[in-house]
Design a protein around this ligand. Structure first.
Ligand code: C5P
Length: 285
C-alpha cells in the first residue's frame, strides 16, 4: 500500500462576470481568481485491497461516489486504464463548504495532482481536461495562483502574484445558495453589475493595492444580497474597518475584505469574530 499527501487550497473571486448563456446550458464566464492559504489536506492510500472509500471529517460532505475526490479518482483511473486495487481518500477540511471558495473543486484537483504526482501519466493540459469532467472550477484549482479564467472557467491565463503584504479577512455567514438556481435567476432578471476585468488585470500588473480593492466585483452579488442582506452588512463592516474593498466570492456565502497589512486585518477579524461564528485571516498563495 502507498500513501500520498496533498494540500488543496481555497480560492477567492477577485472578480466574476457572466457574459451569457451557452448552447450547452453552461454560462460563459470571465473571472479573476486568486488562491489563498486556507487549505484542506488529503491523505490518499492506494492498494488498500478493499472497495473504494472516502472519509471526510466535516459532516454534510458526501462520503461516497458523489464526493468530488471520488469522481476525480474515477476519471483519473478510467483515463489511465489502471486499477489501483482499492483506494481510500481521507479529506481533512479547513476550507468552508458552501462558501464560494471552491473547496470541493480544490479537493478534486488535489486528488488529481496527488495521483498524477505518483503515476505521472498525464501532462498539465490533459490533467486540466480531466478536471473539467469533474467540475468547472477544477481546472483553475489545478492551475492555482492568480489567473484570468474564461469559458466555463477552464480557459486560463496566468497573472502576476498579488503583492505579498495584502491580506484577506473572510467572513462566512450561515446560508448556502444553489448555483444552478442562481444562474437561472440571473438569466431571468439580467445582470446588474459587471466587473471591469481589464482594469483589474492592469491594477494587478501595477501592484496598485487601492485599485485592486476598488475593482473587486461579482455579478452574483446583487442577486444574492437581495435574498441575504447579511452580505451587504458584512461588506459594510469590513469597509468601515479599513478594507480596501469587500465582495462576495463566487455564489457565496463567504464575503471577503482585502486589507493592506496583517495588523489591519487582525484588528478587523478580532472585532468581526464577536458577531460572526466563522472568520478567517488568509493570504494569497
Ligand atoms: O461545472 P459544475 O458542476 O461545477 O457546475 C455546477 C452548475 O453550475 C452547472 O450545472 C450549471 O448549472 C452552473 N454553471 C454554469 N456555467 C458555468 C459553471 C457552472 O451555468 N460556467
Amino acid at each position: 500500500m502507498i500513501t500520498l499527501q496533498q494540500f488543496a487550497y481555497g480560492k477567492l473571486n477577485l472578480t466574476l462576470d457572466i457574459l451569457g448563456k451557452r448552447p450547452d446550458g453552461y454560462h460563459e464566464l470571465e473571472m479573476v481568481m486568486c488562491s489563498v492559504s486556507l487549505s484542506d489536506r488529503l491523505v490518499i492510500s492506494i492498494g488498500t485491497c478493499e472497495p473504494w472509500r472516502v472519509r471526510c471529517d466535516r459532516p454534510g460532505i458526501p462520503q461516497d461516489e458523489d464526493n468530488l475526490c471520488y469522481k476525480a479518482a474515477k476519471v483519473y483511473y478510467d483515463a489511465a486504464g489502471v486499477d489501483p486495487n482499492g483506494l481510500f481518500i481521507n479529506v481533512l477540511k479547513n476550507i468552508p463548504a458552501q462558501a464560494g471558495m471552491g473547496g470541493g473543486s480544490s479537493d478534486a484537483a488535489g486528488t488529481l495532482l496527488a495521483l498524477n504526482g505518483h503515476y505521472g501519466f498525464f501532462n498539465d493540459e490533459k490533467l486540466r481536461q480531466l478536471g473539467l469532467k469533474v467540475g468547472s472550477d477544477v481546472p483553475y484549482c489545478l492551475f492555482g495562483g492568480v489567473a484570468l479564467a474564461r469559458g466555463r472557467g477552464e480557459v486560463l491565463s496566468r497573472l502576476p502574484d498579488l503583492p505579498k503584504d495584502l491580506v484577506f479577512v473572510l467572513v462566512k455567514p450561515e446560508f448556502s445558495v444553489s448555483t444552478p438556481a442562481l444562474f437561472a435567476k440571473i438569466d431571468a432578471e439580467g445582470i446588474r453589475v459587471r466587473p471591469d476585468n481589464e482594469a483589474m488585470v492592469k491594477a494587478i500588473k501595477k501592484k496598485d493595492r487601492a485599485g485592486i480593492g476598488s475593482l473587486l466585483q461579482n455579478a452574483f452579488e446583487p442577486a444574492v444580497s437581495e435574498d441575504y442582506p447579511v452580505v451587504q452588512e458584512i461588506r459594510r463592516q469590513l469597509l468601515s474597518r479599513g478594507a480596501l474593498g469587500a465582495r462576495l466570492t463566487g455564489t457565496g456565502s463567504v464575503v471577503f475584505g482585502l486589507f493592506r497589512d496583517k495588523m489591519a486585518a487582525a484588528r478587523a477579524a478580532l472585532e468581526l469574530q464577536d458577531k460572526y461564528r466563522e472568520v478567517h485571516i488568509v493570504t494569497p498563495v
